[in-house]
Design a protein around this ligand. Structure first.
Ligand code: FES
Ligand code: FE
Length: 421
């Protein structure tokens, strides 16, 4: 996709602690975001455990585009664009399956699961036509595919920073995540729910590590679930917000969990409820390390621009248009932890399932944000909370209080860099 009109200049729309409301509502800006963020940088697509066998495939997306993630018969992962090179039909409509090849439903051209065109229907019509060279008529493929702990990212750009450079300090949060498994691996096998919101994707991106809202927006689930989590988002909390750079942000609840010094508190339970899991963790890591892991819990991290790891589940953000976004959500599952996994699925249903108590509240906020942003005045969104008490942690990352707007400021700093490029 190319931009035919002059790209909007974002420099006048983003300040250190303010953004102009039009960044959430401007259709032309959304098209530039697709080009400069979604179709250029690293974007999370899927997890290797979703295509465990040779020739498995699963339907994914990058922004509004449909992408097929395949594992070929040698075990390599490919990201294919779901667009027939004949007349543009979608070659795959199944959510997932196992197939060596995809046959387009329109005129039956057939493509291998690496994207190569392998056959025309009624081939006589192409014989002796030099333009009908199969080598030039494959599916579109993403030139760069890379994974970290099985999380597969793709980039439409043939060149650019490596995935490792893109993840930077946020890679450590994925290290922290996988060690919650006695086998050191996450599995994305619980199936996805899709939640559609009439809101710009950046309201969702910013909210994922906004520690200011939970005490108000989520007070009902905190009281029903009799959960201590609410206090971690109160003004006496020792939890932190962190800006890793590259747009990646975190709410780090470990200071509170360490203060409580109780294994499995991060999950709102106790060791005696999960005897098999606790035994497997101790066998895998030794008593002391297992205890430390079970106290610290899993991360709450937003990996720019679309992978949110929310302690017990992941959300994948898919922008559809300037004011419409789908969140794909699934329970995290940890290899070698069946008793923990069952509870992770139950808690996910209770919080972000169709009748869940958590996401519905957030979605109401997203949609009200969007409607509010359509109003003309005041023109700016103010993101200055905690600016005066920001500091650097021992690794050099900006941190603040759990309710401070460190994450939003970090996201916008990175966004301005990408959009000004
Ligand atoms: Fe796919 Fe014609 S559009 S074969
Ligand atoms: Fe929320």
């Amino acid at each position: 996709m190319s931009i035919t009109q002059a790209a909007p200049d974002v420099s006048g729309l983003i300040q250190t602690n303010r953004v102009h409301g039009s960044v959430y509502t401007d259709e032309a800006l959304f098209q530039v975001e697709l080009e400069r963020i979604w179709y250029r940088g690293w974007v999370y697509v899927g997890h290797e455990s979703e295509v465990p066998q040779k020739n498995d495939f699963v339907m994914k997306s990058i922004g509004p585009q449909s992408v097929i993630m395949t594992r070929d018969n040698t075990g390599h992962i490919h990201l294919l664009q779901n667009r027939c090179s004949h007349r543009g039909n979608q070659v795959c409509v199944r959510e997932q399956g196992n197939a060596r090849a995809f046959t387009c439903p329109y005129h039956s051209w057939t493509f291998s699961n690496t994207g190569d065109l392998i056959g025309f229907a009624f081939p006589d019509g192409y014989r002796d036509n030099p333009e009908a060279d199969k080598k030039n008529l494959g599916l579109g493929t993403l030139p760069r595919v890379a994974s970290y702990h099985g999380f597969v990212f793709g980039s439409f750009a043939a060149e650019g920073v490596s995935l490792k450079e893109h993840l930077g300090g946020a890679a450590e949060t994925l290290d922290r995540l996988v060690r919650t498994s006695p086998e050191g691996e996450v599995e994305i096998t619980a199936g996805f729910l899709k939640h559609r919101a009439k809101a710009n994707w950046k309201f969702i991106l910013e909210n994922e590590c906004d520690g200011y809202h939970p005490a108000f927006v989520h007070s009902s689930i905190f009281s029903v679930a009799d959960s201590a989590i609410g206090t971690y988002y109160g003004d006496k909390s020792t939890a932190l917000t962190r800006d890793f750079g590259h747009g990646h942000t975190e709410v780090d609840l470990r200071p509170e969990f360490r203060k409580a010094d109780t294994p499995m508190r991060w999950f709102g339970t106790t060791e005696d409820r999960l005897p098999d899991y606790v035994a497997a963790m101790k066998a895998a890591y030794g008593d002391d390390k297992a205890r430390e892991i079970m106290i610290d819990g899993t991360p709450h991290v937003m990996i720019f621009p679309n992978l949110f790891i929310a302690e017990i589940q992941i959300f994948v953000i898919q922008p559809i248009s300037v004011d419409e976004t789908i969140q794909h959500v699934t329970a995290l599952q940890f290899k070698g932890a069946p008793d923990l996994n069952r509870r992770l699925r139950q808690q996910t249903m209770g919080s972000v399932g169709p009748a869940g108590l958590l996401l519905a509240d957030d979605t109401e906020m997203y949609e009200r944000n969007q409607r509010g942003a359509e109003s003309l005045t005041p023109q700016w969104v103010f993101l200055g909370r905690g600016e005066q008490r920001e500091r650097r942690d021992e690794d050099g990352y900006v941190v603040g209080h759990s309710t401070d707007e460190v994450p939003s400021r970090g996201i916008w700093r990175h966004y301005a860099e990408l959009m000004g490029a």
